[in-house]
Write a protein of this length. Structure first.
Lengths: 368, 368
């Protein structure tokens, strides 16, 4: 018998937005950038945008479509995240889904005592070590704001603790250009040289602008530093519905998209081709308690939508998964983590952070 | 400004099988029915199939494609499940998703003491009453095999307890034609007449054949009773992977589809248009413990696939959701219930049972 063509297995995926919805969000974001405009506190950022074709009016910086589209055109469609040993272990590209913890929890659920206590530096190293051993976690984040080291240096200490604890790719946070520079020098030493680090990056900066539409000096400066060096950066704003963002998810998505695109524009103006991870965080602000709800449906629904926006721009996408509002690892934690993890797989968001967050992002749990 | 056309909101759905896969499963099922054949223990069932065009060879009854396709053609695309008061509350039709508990747990997690104990009749009534008050549960099942009533009559007692406890539509189980007759007479009395019950059915029989391909007398007789009376029935086989079904999910789906279609054929031969809910149960048999795993991925993956098979036949579909293998309502329970509930919503299986099952279907939990 003639050998028959094998029938391929399908892998389910969800589509959250129609083509019309995608276009409507994109148009609304362009409107926000060119008609509402942004507040840019960084002089360097301001000059870059003005030179590219933005203008100032009513005290705000307005950015036209062509500047945005040029940046979308020059940004890479994939970010080849390597591990500390130079192996390509996390290619952030269409169809690939990766998971890892989050950054900067002030508290942790102590694994031995079960008590909730302030995070210390050793937590960062231990958590990195745990993640290093877990096959289904692909990258490292600090999971702690350690209170036992000097406040001004804690990001630097955390970075060192992370690369000591694990060889996996690393998503770090920083205070400003100064500790960025220190972290960069350590990373270059680990990689062998600046060129080696650019060729096989094992670290990615996570910084944010302030919703709505505010770009402060430190945050922009960190972003520009990455662009200058040509190393990966993600710059997801957090237009939480009813908080920094409009109360509707559609509004938050239009705003978050506009805000994220400004970050993209800045990096591409400094160095076209800077690896930029697109994304945002659209959690709901709970009006009663003023907490940002990690377990509410707004976040996964928003994620499925912004992932499609990012994909429509040909960019790899930042996501969120495996976190809970619960204070312990209970049924609620299982439900909330599962909803976001399933959504991440179904919408194919590429780099999904916050696995192991409990208590709406304020506490880390190795058990979780 | 001309009033613009509003952009519709999308509701995500998943596609599990490609057109080719659907066709391949359908063809494999037709192969099973016409080449492997079934073992039919009911003489009435045997005569019906022989008269319709089936034949006997090698001690088995073989059913050709045209008999199957005629049944698919005559079965209704929707089942209008009413509540006990005659209101249409659960239209089982494409796009609609409903949830409810399961049937026949020997044990329950006592709500007051927290102890696991044998189920009693009062549990059936109380559970029905709880479900009656829960907006997100749409139908009632017994959730218990009560040990405090006569064994031969426990289905009848459970049916009475269910309609006492709740006005919602009812999915019941029965022993054989005799208690079916009693249940039917009660239902007619409640509805007002036989015609009233057929017009506004508030009950659906849940019976099963035995995988692989065995149709025993009682089960077929119950099925035929429903067809004779023109009242709704579901007849999902349970070709659990590695148990009654092949070890592969594809094989279990082909077998389950074939088995379910035999039930459909029998009902349509007795009375074309008998409301028949298509479906199966493709849980994995855990080889180590010999339990049927309610929390393993085979069941939701299978459900997404068989839902598409049922939809391709234009039939409403039976599903499963909200159950767990865990012995308590813990993180595992949250994870497993969430996976199936999300899958049910995403694949649009119409009637989803087993909400509140813990301990792989052996124990009910009102808390769950």
């Amino acid at each position: 018998m003639t050998q028959q063509i094998q029938i391929e297995t399908m892998h389910p995926s969800i589509r959250m937005l129609s083509d019309e919805q995608l276009q409507a969000l994109h148009s609304a974001s362009l409107d926000i950038l060119s008609r509402t405009g942004i507040v840019m506190k960084s002089e360097k950022g301001r000059q870059l945008l003005l030179e590219a074709g933005a203008w100032e009016s009513e005290g705000r910086l307005k950015i036209p479509e062509h500047v945005v589209m040029a940046a979308i055109g020059s940004a890479p469609s994939r970010i080849t995240m390597h591990n500390r040993l130079g192996r390509l272990t996390m290619p952030l590209e269409e169809g690939k889904v990766f998971f890892g913890p989050g950054s900067d929890c002030p508290f942790t659920l102590d694994l031995e005592s079960g008590e909730r206590r302030q995070s210390v530096l050793e937590d960062v190293r231990r958590m990195a070590h745990v993640c290093d051993g877990l096959e289904s976690l692909d990258f490292i984040m600090s999971m702690a704001t350690p209170f036992d080291v000097a406040t001004m240096d804690h990001y630097l200490h955390s970075f060192i603790a992370m690369i000591r604890g694990s060889a996996k790719p690393n998503v770090y946070t920083a205070r400003e250009r100064e500790d960025m520079q220190d972290i960069y020098e350590i990373a270059c030493a680990v990689a062998g040289s600046e060129t080696a680090l650019r060729e096989k990056p094992f670290l990615m900066l996570y910084a944010e602008s302030i919703s709505p539409l505010l770009y402060n000096d430190e945050s922009v400066d960190k972003l520009l530093f990455c662009a200058e060096k040509g190393i990966p950066v993600t710059y997801p704003p957090s237009p939480n519905t009813g908080g920094g963002g409009p109360i509707t998810l559609a509004g938050a998505l239009a705003l978050g998209n506009a805000e994220c695109l400004v970050g993209l524009v800045l990096t591409q103006l400094v160095r076209p081709g800077t690896p930029f991870l697109y994304g945002m965080n659209t959690a709901a602000l709970d009006m009663k308690s003023a907490i940002v709800a990690y377990g509410a449906p707004e976040w996964p629904l928003g994620m499925a939508a912004w992932t499609e926006l990012g994909r429509s721009y040909g960019l790899p996408v930042w996501g969120v998964a495996g976190a809970t509002d619960s204070k312990v690892v209970d049924t609620q934690a299982g439900i909330e983590a599962t909803v976001t993890i399933m959504t991440a797989f179904l919408c194919r968001s590429n780099l999904n952070h916050d696995v192991g967050y409990i208590e709406y992002g304020s506490t880390s749990s190795a058990e979780m």
